[in-house]
Design a protein around this ligand. Structure first.
Ligand code: SF4
Ligand code: SF4
Length: 368
């Protein structure tokens, strides 16, 4: 009797991950490398949402590809990092809210971020030239270039809409990847620790694989610098907002105040970390990347680098006549970052954290 091939409801990328996971589930050689393999072992079949969950659990260290006896040219053609990376990028679009926005950033991320940043920078420069050209060189006085209320009117919606969009996307991802009755604080704590230490970005203890097939820890270090640099920059902006609105203490702020104490090391972390990731990524084995390149990751890393670099330049040159132009460029970069947040690589950290929470939850239930 001939076999009847039923049409798959999953995407081609989900089908490919399901195929490779079925082989891995029989092999299990890599089970000690990261969270993906223990999560896989709890499943017998891999539905679409299961594969999305596993894709977001993978940190693309590359270890399982170099360890695999079924990697190409073997006929099984197992390349787990590439299959998961391809599906991961696809999954961001699948869960994005509103869905029609996601494809806009899939191929043109760098140009959209650049165009948005330049538009806002030119708008601010035009605004200052029209209202008071002297304000552009009024060293140190940011609000002479653009009044505080005008800044809030432009940036509050640009920040709040992405927050809502990201929250709704995460809820979709969480719901579709399955229920978690009895989720405990211990699982959340475990996931937070794993995320904060990038536990699974170490290739089972050796580090990430490089093109020379020698693992090292530089990708993890650059990732840490970028992540904590970003958090410090966020703390800097938040503390400035509190000082302005709650303490009635407007900018400019001295070097010993929280906006500066958080902002300067945060900016340095962002610049060194993002530049390091760009450099490191160029030297990585192309076989670990998605076959279909979208530019999404590059747009995000370059935007982070621009964010840190323009922020630091503004800090060091704020007392010079270059202040106005630098402020406009920095605010344009911030705007570009905000609007691309829900539809670009920014979401990878949030989906990965959600996947780590699910992983901690499943493991605690499977091994109480
Ligand atoms: S990646 Fe290869 S070696 Fe590792 S579990 Fe899968 S099939 Fe086995
Ligand atoms: S690439 Fe690294 S994190 Fe991803 S599945 Fe393989 S071993 Fe795990």
């Amino acid at each position: 009797m001939s076999r009847i091939d039923l049409p798959s409801l999953a995407s081609a990328a989900q089908d490919e991950v399901a195929r490779q996971m079925s082989i891995c589930n029989a092999c299990r050689y890599c089970e000690g490398l990261c969270a993906v393999f223990p999560a896989m072992e709890l499943r017998r079949v891999f539905e679409g949402p299961d594969t999305d969950y596993l894709a977001n659990l993978c940190h693309n260290c590359g270890a399982c590809y170099y360890d695999c006896q079924y990697a190409p040219p073997h006929e099984f053609a197992v390349n787990v990092p590439q299959a998961l990376a391809e599906l991961r990028e696809e999954s961001y679009a699948r869960y994005a809210w509103p869905g029609f926005m996601a494809p806009v950033f899939e191929r043109n991320g760098v140009w959209i971020a650049l165009a948005a940043g330049l538009s806002v920078a030119l708008f601010i420069l035009g605004f200052a030239l029209w209202s008071d050209p002297g304000a552009l060189t009024a060293s140190g006085n940011f609000y002479a270039v653009m009044p505080h209320n005008a800044m809030v009117a432009v940036f509050a919606p640009a920040f709040l809409f992405p927050l809502v969009a990201i929250a709704l996307s995460l809820v979709r991802f969480w719901r579709l990847t399955g229920p978690t009755p009895g989720l405990t604080f211990a699982a959340l704590r475990q996931a937070t620790r794993d995320a904060a230490t990038l536990r699974y970005l170490d290739g089972g203890g050796m580090g990430c694989m490089t093109q020379s097939e020698r693992p090292d820890t530089w990708r993890r270090r650059f990732h840490h610098l970028t992540f904590y640099g970003f958090l410090l920059c966020f703390a800097s902006t938040s503390s400035g907002t509190i000082m302005h609105y709650v303490l009635d203490w407007p900018a400019p702020y001295a070097w010993w105040t929280p906006p500066k104490l958080f902002g300067v090391p945060g900016g340095l972390g962002l610049v060194i970390g993002a530049a390091g990731l760009i450099w490191y990524d160029r030297a990585r084995d192309g076989r670990l990347r998605p076959a279909k390149q979208t530019g999404m990751g590059a747009a995000f890393t370059w935007t982070l680098l621009a964010l840190g670099a323009t922020g630091l330049a503004l800090y060091w040159l704020r007392e010079t006549p270059a202040m106005g132009v630098l402020l406009a460029v920095h605010l344009g970069t911030v705007f570009a970052f905000f609007i691309t947040m829900p539809y670009g690589k920014f979401v990878h950290g949030l989906y990965r954290y959600a996947a780590l929470v699910r992983h901690a939850y499943e493991q605690k239930r499977a091994h109480p």
